[in-house]
Design a protein around this ligand. Structure first.
Ligand SMILES: [Zn+2]
Length: 170
């Protein structure tokens, strides 16, 4: 009785883990499907560019740059998209790529198992505060303001006296 209880618990736990694994695996397959669609699209674009260039060169025309450039831009966009999806897949698998050869490694690996290259440590970048320079700049600005105020005060006093004289005359 006891034995079967334990067995039951263990089995349900294993089942949960496999369920999670299956979910991330199907997500991975979905993303890989997207990548292969994008790769097909890129191949089509290469073919289209080739046809444009061929037809124009064959007829002795100048290659229309605008049309070719538009297709090249589409290829670049698709490549960016693929790179993004590949990053998503790595995050899903909790993996990283070797900085040297691109081999897929575990996030915690410090060396590549294929080429032996040491991997950069995944430490969070600290934000260093540098307030010293900023404070000096502020002080200089304040001094400048004080100087200009002093020179303009004299002019204001002269205006006041003139106004007083006018009022007495009336
Ligand atoms: Zn490597």
């Amino acid at each position: 009785m006891n034995f079967f209880d334990k067995l039951g618990k263990k089995a349900s736990k294993t089942y949960q883990v496999t369920k999670e694994k299956a979910a991330s695996l199907s997500e991975e397959l979905k993303l890989k499907g997207k990548i292969s669609d994008l790769k097909n699209k890129i191949d089509d674009l290469y073919t289209e560019i080739g046809k444009i260039v061929y037809n124009e060169v064959k007829d002795g025309k100048d290659v229309s740059k605008e049309e070719v450039t538009a297709k090249c831009d589409e290829i670049s966009k698709a490549k960016d998209e693929i790179a993004k999806i590949e990053t998503e897949i790595l995050a899903l698998k909790k993996a990283k790529k070797c900085v040297n050869c691109g081999e897929e490694l575990d996030l915690s690996d410090s060396f590549c198992c294929k080429c032996g290259k040491e991997q950069p440590k995944q430490e969070k970048v600290e934000v260093k505060e540098e307030p010293a320079e900023a404070k000096e700049a502020e002080v200089i600005e304040v001094n400048d303001v004080e100087n200009t105020e002093n020179s303009s005060n004299e002019n204001n006093e002269e205006h006041h006296e003139e106004n007083n004289n006018n009022q007495e005359n009336n």
